[in-house]
Design a protein around this ligand. Structure first.
Ligand SMILES: *[C@@H]1O[C@H](CO)[C@@H](O)[C@H](O)[C@H]1NC(C)=O
Ligand SMILES: *[C@@H]1O[C@H](CO)[C@@H](O)[C@H](O)[C@H]1NC(C)=O
Ligand SMILES: *[C@@H]1O[C@H](CO)[C@@H](O)[C@H](O)[C@H]1NC(C)=O
Ligand SMILES: *[C@@H]1O[C@H](CO)[C@@H](O)[C@H](O)[C@H]1NC(C)=O
Length: 411
């Protein structure tokens, strides 16, 4: 198994603690996998690497590839219409550090009981035409059943309990353990914007936001991709392994799930920690490009659309230093002249204009958390979704040119 010492002492009926159940044939020597020997994992990058043996087994046992032909209209005789099954669930990974977790204070009030600027109720009240939809007439937050969320919600020292919260989308999938329902991140604007575009009134396109984020983690060390050399980051490994695990056990969280999903995209919002160190800053672009290549390879989706929300915490005030350099590196990876391999499938979105001043213009003062401003987090999510939709529509056109789309299906 990937993360647990050994399954016997865990309660496998608890969906928060997913046990690995498909490793019967491959379990004799994996109790130390992979975190005690990350070097080995990197070196064993061939078929006798334990890592890839496990992934091979995953793909053989769990994932089968289904190719759906797009019918050629001219040659297709009219047939009695068969009831159409809904499209497979579109899965979006949301990966990063604390700002992907999200630290927007949803409903903080001042001493007089007034909502601070930048809280969600303030947004609804101040811009009802834009955000009124988030609230129901009875005052409850709107729940989007066409968007499912799983959120690891785990302390950065803990990569065991990889689904700490799950359910339909509503405000409250942000923050650290204990912040449930009090903080939000980019998932709210991301999910709403994707769903409004991908779904008509019938809402038959189910979306899954698979959030994997840990506070205070760097790309250079913690998320370090294998292709960058050195020790592969624990959190890189966790992103890949948790994605497979969560999808393999997904029915535990959402019994309505019929087993069909499509890995649709990845959203990345990370960069504070690397910006604290001159050497990590210098290699950020290199590491981010490698991260994209490696995630695509390890998830077996070579053209996976990737959107990067740049780390624009300074707003447009230049710091002439590391923070600017991180933002430049994040933009550079999406520069098609520099990275032709990413053209059309990697985009960076600007976030600097989303910065709001601290209290009292925001509910908080944590500059490294966008002053805890919910509007900022919404705008980041919305911008990432718009970019993602653009890439998806291009991709769809290409798929039609090739007369097929590839789906992955759980058996
Ligand atoms: C609104 O929230 C209240 C309090 O949590 C709850 O009792 C009520 O059932 C909710 N209304 C709806 C329509 O969900
Ligand atoms: C950055 O790298 C240089 C060269 O390897 C090294 O001398 C220096 O100590 C490093 N700086 C930090 C802050 O790690
Ligand atoms: C993209 O990269 C090329 C080559 O490095 C560079 O000349 C160009 O200015 C970059 N474009 C942008 C918009 O930064
Ligand atoms: C708070 O928001 C209101 C609009 O609701 C605005 O008029 C006011 O200037 C804002 N205050 C600060 C300190 O940003």
């Amino acid at each position: 198994m990937f993360f647990f010492r050994n399954g016997s002492d865990s309660d496998s009926s608890d969906p928060f603690l997913i046990e690995e159940r498909n490793d019967d044939s491959e379990n004799s020597h994996n109790s130390d996998f992979p975190y005690h020997h990350p070097h080995h994992r990197h070196k064993n990058h061939n078929n006798n690497g334990r890592y890839f043996v496990l992934f091979g087994i995953y793909s053989l046992l769990i994932v089968t590839i289904v190719v759906i032909r797009v019918p050629n209209k001219r040659n297709t005789p009219t047939k009695p219409s068969i009831p159409r099954e809904p499209p497979p669930v579109k899965v979006f990974l949301m990966v990063g550090q604390s700002n992907m977790q999200g630290h927007g204070y949803i409903d903080r009030v001042d001493d007089d009981g007034h909502y601070y600027n930048g809280t969600l109720p303030w947004m609804v009240q101040t811009y009802p035409e834009t955000y009124g939809k988030l609230r129901q007439p009875d005052g409850n937050w709107t729940i989007r059943k066409d968007v499912w969320v799983t959120y690891n919600r785990e302390h950065y020292l803990d990569v065991h309990n990889h689904v700490g919260q799950y359910g339909p989308l509503y405000p409250g999938y942000g923050g650290d353990p204990g912040d449930q329902d009090q903080q939000m991140g980019p998932e709210l604007g991301f999910g709403w914007t994707l769903a409004e575009s991908l779904n008509g009134p019938k809402q038959e396109q189910q979306i899954l936001l698979l959030k994997l984020a840990w506070g205070g983690r760097s790309l250079a060390v913690n998320f370090r991709p294998p292709s960058s050399g050195g020790t592969t980051g624990l959190y890189y490994e966790a992103v890949i392994a948790n994605t497979y695990k969560i999808l393999a056990q997904f029915g535990l969280f959402f019994p309505e799930f019929d087993g069909r999903y499509e890995m649709a995209g990845l959203a990345w919002h990370q960069g504070w920690n690397d910006g604290c160190d001159v050497n990590m800053t210098a290699e950020y672009e290199y590491n981010l490009a490698n991260f994209i290549r490696d995630v695509r390879r390890d998830l077996n989706v070579p053209q996976l659309p990737v959107v990067i929300a740049v780390s624009g915490f300074q707003g447009y005030e230049p710091d002439h230093g590391r923070r600017d350099a991180i933002v430049e590196a994040q933009f550079a990876v999406a520069n098609a002249t520099k990275y032709p391999e990413f053209a059309g499938t990697v985009q960076s979105v600007d976030t600097r204009g989303f910065k709001r001043d601290p209290l009292p213009s925001s509910p908080g003062t944590q500059g490294y958390h966008w002053n805890n401003n919910c509007e900022t987090y919404w705008l980041i999510g919305e911008a990432m979704a718009k970019s993602m939709l653009q890439m998806l529509s291009k991709k769809q056109n290409q798929d039609h040119v090739h007369h097929g789309v590839v789906e992955t299906k759980l058996s």
